[in-house]
Design a protein around this ligand. Sequence first.
Ligand SMILES: [Zn+2]
Length: 155
Amino acid sequence: MSDQIQCPNCGGYKVETLKKEYKKESRSITRTDRLRQAIGLMGIFWVCSLIGGVITAAMGETERLPSIVGAAVCLVPLMGLLVFSAKSRSIVVATIYHFGCSLCGYRWSWEKGTPIPQANVKPDLIATGARKLEEEERRRQEEAALHYLSKQGKK
Ligand SMILES: [Zn+2]
């Protein structure tokens, strides 16, 4: 994804996502929210017990069926309590990306859904940055080779 992001400072495409941040806001829970949550939770739970019951019955262990039904019935008020005890929920109102350019070192933030900052393409900055990155890569490879050789020497 970050390959498609253009640095607004140099116009290069060597952009790293440094951090993804979620801005959250607390909203009070409405009756509709509660209803939806309750239906969702109960639905999942009942489907699970139904599957459990069917498997148990298929295996011919019918004496276990009452305990599965019992557990399902007992857990319903517990879930209701869980759903209704929550007063507010936090929702994500914005997703903020923090980017850093590997070519020129420029750092900026962008909020998802807002226009992408206009880039000023500076070929000299891109070239300098690319050279720097190449050098770093070469150094890394040299170090790896040295490390490998020193390991071989010890054997
Ligand atoms: Zn840049």
